[in-house]
Design a protein. Sequence first.
Lengths: 1070, 460
Amino acid sequence: MGNRIKLLITLFTILWSLNSSAQRIVRGKVTSSTEGQPLTGAYIYAKGTHAGASTTSDGTFDIKVLSPSDTLQIKYLGYKTKNITVNNTDVYLPIFLEPNRNELNEVIVSTGYQEIPKERSTGSFVALDNVLLNRRVSTNILERLEDITPGLIFNKSRSAIGTENSISIRGQSTLYGNTQPLIVVDNFPYDADISTINPNDVESITVLRDAAAASVWGARAGNGVIVITTKKGLKDQRNRITANANVTIGDVEDIFYDPLISTAEYIEIEKMLFAKDYYRAQEISPSRTALTPVVELLIAERDNLLPFTTVDAQIETLKLQDVRNDLRRYFYQRSINRQYSVNLQGGSKRQQYFSSIGYDKNKYSLVNNEFERITLNTNYNHVLIENKLELNTAFYFTKSTDRRNNPGIESLRMNANGLYPYARLADEVGSPLPITKDYRAGFVQSMPENGLLDWGYRPLEELYLTNNVDHNTQARVNASLKYSISSMLDAEVLYQYSNSSLSYENLRSSRSYYTRDLINEYTQVDGNGSLSRPIPLGAIFDMNKGRQIGHNLRGQLNFKNEWNNKHHVSAMLGYEIKDVNTARNQYRYYGYDEENGTPSVVRYATNFNLYHNPQLVRQIPYVDGTTELSDRFLSYYGNAAYTYKKRYTLSGSARIDRSNIFGVNINQKAVPLWSLGLSWNISDENFYKVEWLPYLKLRSTYGYNGNIYKDVSAYTTANYRPNDNNTNLPYAIVINPPNPDLRWEKVRIGNIGLDFSSKNQVVNGSVEFYSKRGIDLIGRSPFAPATGIITFTGNTASTSSYGLDINLEGRIIDKAFKWSSNVIWSFIRERVTDYNIDIPNTNYLMYGDGGGIYPKKGKPLYALYSLAWAGLDPATGNPQGYLNNEVSVDYNKLLSSTNEADLIYNGPAQPTLFGAIRNTFTYKDISLSANISFRYGYYFRRPSVRYNNILTAKGGHSDYSKRWQQPGDEQWTNIPSLPENVNVNRDNFYSLAELLVEKGDHIRLQDVNVSYMLNKRNLPKLPFETIQLYLYANNLGVLWKSYDGPLDPDYSFSTPPPPRTYALGLRMTF
Amino acid sequence: MNIFIATRRVLTKLLISFSLLSLISCQNEFLEMKPDKALLIPKTLTDLQSLLDNTNIMNQGTYFGLLSADEIYIPDNVLQSNATVRNIYTWADEVYEQSFLAPDWVRPYQQVFYANIVLEALDNFENEHGIDSESSTLRGSALFYRAFAFYGLSQIFAAPFLDGSADTELGVPILLKSDVNQKYNRGTLRETYHQVINDLMVAETLLPTEVSYRSRPSKIAVYALLARVLLSMEDFSKANEYAKKALLINDALIDYNTLDSTAGNPFPMTLPTGNDEVLFFSYISTGLSSVSLIIDSTLYKSYDNKDLRRVHYFLDRGNGVINYKGNYTGNSFLFNGLATDELYLIVAECEAREGDVALSLDYLNKLIKRRWRNGSFKKYDTMNREEAITLILKERKKELILRNTRWGDLRRLNNDERYETTLRRLVAGASHSLAPRDRKYVLPIPNQEISISGLPQNPR
């Protein structure tokens, strides 16, 4: 032992003396071989001395090297790494780095479990880097995927209404299961709201599209996986600070988008209905049901309370009013989004760090609504034992508040109807005016003298009388320990703890209408006329507090080896455990004293006669409740890839997931999913001699992903509810009949891809063909009601789809002026293959395009159907259809037919051919890029007038004024006549007729980005290394559309298209 | 060196033990966690009671009969915007809009489904824990609810019961298991009534005489329902017997002189025990506002000025608009449960039918006396059998107005030409009529049922 130590010491001494005696310094400059500009921040490493250096702003460096000769390694992002031998004679080294044009082959893709060089992968990955992601300016990271990811589409059709960022990757292979891709952030599935991620912290995103790529995610991978990797410190990188600030200004939403009848027409209809005594029931209603000002005037005239001339004059004045002008003026404004972020990044050989802070503040288009977000993020990597043990810790914190005090145009209603169009929200000087809401105006006016609270509703005032806020706080801690057992084998343990609190608070002040209305409704009058208030004066405070705690733990063994430069094996094996627990509590305080924060006691479970209609007996609304949900998984997974001669790769993966599905025995809880893949680098073969296409790779995969549906069970399940409205006893409700044959949904995916790159990478790209089959899908079918249920949920359906995704990147001009073009093009054909329930055609007609889920065998899940149109009846203006080839006006029969021949299938309701073309022009420091997107191969239904709405005084579509009114009108109009009575079937027939179906095909200029980059090398006085100024304009508009009406085909359901936004930003590094 | 090796060993051990631990221990328990805390598989008696206490389902009755019968009229403007109501109201050939899921069909079968789930869970419970009084009460309750549902269905979707045709007329499907995949057919009308009576006979032996919450079944409710069912079968002697059995337990009648007619709802809330006359609580939600149901003016005028029902039942809004407010629920919902006043009327009718006019009038007088202003009611006296029956039927219509019994009475009484009625409506200038014994006294089964289970439809 002693000898050995002596020997070691001697050796070290010798080495050290050798070392120190033969060192010297060389200088050099690193420049780009193509443009000749110096490269700042290039890293130089001397292999002999282990010294490192990085270039200054003029590209120069100096470094200690070993004499007589040493090797320098020069690395710079985006350039090929270069090794240079330094001889004794060299003093000054001019080094030219070649840009790394062969990026395609160098790309590393992340599956969330491992990082694989794309070269050796068999699966379908889309890698999106930081530069591309930063092209777009947004608060939410997911939005940035739009139009740059082949095969991924943002759904805007009817099925996606009300959902933010509804995304499909290669179609939808489920009916009722989860339809959204799994989102993974830094190795673990992200269960919190994705809006808590600051886009400035994101380094890259990988989208996993096929079985081989995603099957490692098992039962949650059926819709594809989006893997987000946040920024980390890099080894041997000097400190770098990046700051980014931008402001985005948006146009005001087009509230006139939905074409409505004019106010004058609306009033004329009211007069007509009044003459028909339509309002009688409301007029005598014991509930004092509200009537519009015009109807009140007409009543006053009828009852001789006002002379005709006065009434007529007042009505004529009202005809000039349009409430949307007031809304535009008082409820809407330009949106302003501000985003600031600063991060610090750096690292040495042993420690790397990244920290960032971000702040967002968005003022929405709706006045008094805003969003605010603070994000903090630190990531620290520590090499504890070199080449052996590495510890990584990360901490993320987000706090956001979303204030929504302005519920927008939808909230303005009278009774259950929309608001009458001549409502005035403010007078000439802008003071809030009351509108008629729930009760007759006369009733409301008499309240204060009866001792009740003011019962008036002034929408403009309401904006400032509530405090309706969502608070979202999230903290996430990650720790991982990686230990190299040998050069071939690592073991790693990863753990993530996350704690989110999501609280929703709505404080409706004592002056808010909601509070006053409720207090008044419950006000009791006793025998001698004195009042008591079961709901005490004060605010009403609703709270819904939730917290979500997640634990993820993963143990994984990674194996990697290479023999004789021929055989390359990489494999991993892991075990994962996940537990996410979500609890929510909802409660309400009545009579809440905003000053002191104290609530009052109320008597629940007591019947009160309501003030405005004592016949109504109600109890004080009790909304308290709790829920607690648990989501647990135990999973085993593994994969292996073998590459022979860097040409052939065989890969395989398998995963078993088990989850806490309720009432299914353990065996059925587990679902095994697997994949196999093969790839072949053809261009590496000796026989391959195609010079113009130096890179060609063929790959193919096959396998299964899963999807989860936890809402059904093998047993009869029921749910407890707190308070039966008749007895006040707790009660239970059956939510699901037993289904012993329940299985998990599976998606079988086959994928064939070809990657290629032409000489000098003028054209790079890939073409992929895939086929997907959804198997054992949960279907919900109408059921015979006598069984006690009207729908049945079970594994009854299957779907099939295939498609093509193409990604091309071309460098059209590559001189001082550069023009590059990027094309993504996706085609998909989807259909439901098994669904054996025949339901009346009406369901397909009315909801087939996404208003519900009504799958039809052989057709896409979301499809547009219509009925044949036989024009208007020249005598009556009635819409006509065909029944058994005869012209018919039997609307009930036309609609209720179950005969397939009576149903016209127009086509898919979601785009089947879509993509984008992005052109980027660069000259020196200026770059301009524009993204033009296109969506083809789908149909939508144009809305038109529904007389049901007209005749029930709800207003309606402006087509009303172009209706058939007298014989001969059918020559120029297809809009039916006004019927005598409400006839819903007639309305339905017309609205479902083929003439209202339009092609959705269109091309839009999605966005333009202009950026100007200043560099220290050009402007040595610049206090920054680089400073980039950018302008970004989004939602620029439709360039061409197949249909020639006023609607935007992607927004045909009365929600106006998102307004244009313009952003200005500054990004600095120093 | 040593430290390094030691670290390595510790780590290896940790890794191995971690993997082993995680592989073996507690896996199943980990996955046994309920995904939602509020979920339950109905097993315990509390679970089962909670299912039956769902009054939205278990205590809500049919209303198509109410829209079809002759107690109310509905103004044109209401009918204009509600096609299904219009079709039912005018006895149209085509009743439902295409995908309309008639609640009168769906809800009773939901009650049957709940009752069957409870009965099956009770079988398991009693196998394991033995029979106790609580489980017996639950079993009796489930049987009662099921019988109430089948009887309600038969009044809307099956022909009136006539002994001669009961074996050839179609009944309603009798489902006695909760299995949603079971096959079923309509069976005969006699089978339907047989099941109702059978369920009630068993329930009688299991239920307590009276209960605290009137939304729950009791023995007295069983007697009252049996009396109603047997009367509809024109089995007067048995109907009489059960009505009297019930009255023996509770013969309470509210003295209408004690009520405040100016109140929005003159009658006390039934639940839990407010209204002494109520034996079983069930309510109707027609979806129409009380203003839309206007009382036939001839019927309104038939209430004497000294008859307090005139002020307690009705609200005269002027312009010929008379609305109903006499809900025995005590709130704005109509009542269609069981109450003692109906039993008095059943006994009175049955006694008259069987010839004891004096006893019959005795029961009738006891009831009406409580309805009139104190001291103003002059007892009905000597009259012949025929006159007595006519009088009782008239009083029956007046007492049980909007209690969902009239449609069943029309169906029953039309079999006897002496008491038959032709119904007439005038809607938007067009007149409609419904002759006695018309097939339209049986409503069609909703399309979804016919198209999926293939049951034979009722001819119109």
